[in-house]
Design a protein around this ligand. Structure first.
Ligand SMILES: *[C@@H]1O[C@H](CO)[C@@H](O)[C@H](O)[C@H]1NC(C)=O
Ligand SMILES: *[C@@H]1O[C@H](CO)[C@@H](O)[C@H](O)[C@H]1NC(C)=O
Ligand SMILES: *[C@@H]1O[C@H](CO)[C@@H](O)[C@H](O)[C@H]1NC(C)=O
Ligand SMILES: *[C@@H]1O[C@H](CO)[C@@H](O)[C@H](O)[C@H]1NC(C)=O
Ligand SMILES: *[C@@H]1O[C@H](CO)[C@@H](O)[C@H](O)[C@H]1NC(C)=O
Length: 351
């Protein structure tokens, strides 16, 4: 009886916590998001950019997602981090994925000790702040009231559906995640890294989150994307942010900001869109493009920017991500009591 009551109270707390923008919610961070813990393309700017968009608070969890035997993760001193010295690590884990709880307010330095992985950029340095100090920035409610949350299927791993999967629901991607649509630190590698490993399907939605007049977004041709020369742009840019663009055709899509120099400084995004499996979309010859391309063949199927259908700022209809999971003042209890649910929710949120 009493135990049962406790469960009810706890569930209620979980629910209330989820509704509130708690000031000390425990957050699970997946290092590198969907690229995981690898030797990043373009060097350590990838994890620097990733970390720059986040606030780490004592009690937060960081997940290093790697294949056991391919990588490892070691916490090292600042000196060892800078020099990629793998001797005398503070902690070491060789089994992926590794989950590390950030227990103190200080700088943490992580490297992979395999071969030259660290030198090639597989290193992450973060500053963790005390829980009470950080009023974690919460996403504000978007303009329109979100549709009632559909229950996320808890047990399903957040991987893209296999090719045979019937009628996948459209995904909404916030371009650059919390970085938003901006001139990225470190140049175009930021949006290349962001797009890496994601599978974009016809019907999915890209949200370009920017402030009006500071940026815009235009769909352009490959030539315009490559040169950042927008004098030939045929489609007027969307100047109102956040801009929601529904991916309407399969093939390569290119987006840039047309404000002076922003494109050449790296505010540009190229993605491959795969035809949906529903069969409703007329699929051009180049359908299933594997996300991790092997040998890139010379692409001949560049879709010209559609005159009307391409840039469609659609009305918000998809539910926005719920606020981070709660913990209130008892994170250890939450973790101990509902590890699976907590992890599943966290994975769903931060993937
Ligand atoms: C880790 O990576 C695998 C393979 O890419 C993926 O299926 C899984 O969802 C990832 N886990 C997390 C916690 O991101
Ligand atoms: C952490 O903070 C220290 C002191 O403010 C600073 O020198 C260091 O560069 C910061 N590290 C990161 C990874 O932001
Ligand atoms: C867009 O950016 C603003 C300011 O950084 C942020 O508050 C908001 O949550 C972001 N919206 C989305 C959909 O990410
Ligand atoms: C941009 O394109 C226009 C028309 O194609 C061309 O005349 C101009 O020289 C180009 N500018 C640059 C900087 O390449
Ligand atoms: C899209 O796929 C083609 C063919 O696999 C490849 O050549 C091209 O580099 C890809 N583009 C992007 C932006 O991933």
């Amino acid at each position: 009886m009493e135990g049962r009551l406790n469960v009810v109270v706890f569930m209620a707390l979980m629910f209330v916590g989820a509704m509130l923008n708690g000031s000390s919610a425990q957050t699970t961070h997946v290092a590198g998001d969907s690229i995981g813990w690898i030797v990043p393309p373009g060097g350590d700017i990838a994890y620097r950019t990733w970390a720059a968009t986040r606030t780490f608070v004592v009690g937060d969890i960081i997940v290093f997602n790697f294949t056991t035997g391919m990588h490892d993760v070691a916490e090292v001193t600042k000196e060892s981090y800078d020099s990629c010295n793998a001797n005398n690590p503070i902690t070491m884990s060789t089994t992926g994925p590794t989950t590390i709880t950030l227990t103190s307010a200080r700088e943490y330095n992580f490297i992979c000790t395999f071969g030259s992985h660290c030198i090639l950029g597989q290193k992450l340095s973060i500053n963790v702040s005390a829980a009470s100090v950080a009023p974690s920035p919460q996403p504000t409610t978007p303009p329109a009231p979100a549709a009632p949350e559909t229950t996320p299927s808890p047990a399903v791993p957040a991987t893209p559906p296999p090719a045979a999967s019937p009628a996948p629901t459209p995904m909404t991607y916030v371009v650059g995640d919390s970085l938003g649509w901006t001139v990225p630190p470190g140049g175009p590698i930021a949006y290349r890294t962001w797009a890496m490993g994601k599978t974009f399907m016809v019907g999915d939605i890209l949200v370009f989150n920017f402030s009006n007049r500071q940026h815009d977004v235009a769909e352009v041709t490959k030539a315009e994307f490559d040169s950042c020369n927008i004098s030939t742009t045929t489609t007027a840019p969307i100047t109102t942010g956040p801009a929601r663009i529904t991916l309407s055709s399969a093939g390569e899509n290119y987006y840039i900001c047309t404000i002076t120099q922003h494109c050449s400084w790296g505010q540009k995004l190229a993605i491959n869109v795969t035809a949906g499996t529903g069969g409703s979309a007329p699929a051009p010859s180049s359908t299933a493009t594997p996300p991790s391309g092997s040998a890139p063949p010379p692409s001949s199927t560049v879709t010209p920017p559609p005159s009307s259908g391409g840039l469609t700022p659609s009305t918000p209809s998809t539910p926005t991500p719920p606020p981070p999971p709660p913990s209130n003042s008892a994170p250890s209890f939450a973790v101990a009591a509902l590890p699976f649910t907590f992890f599943a929710v966290a994975v769903a949120l931060f993937n």
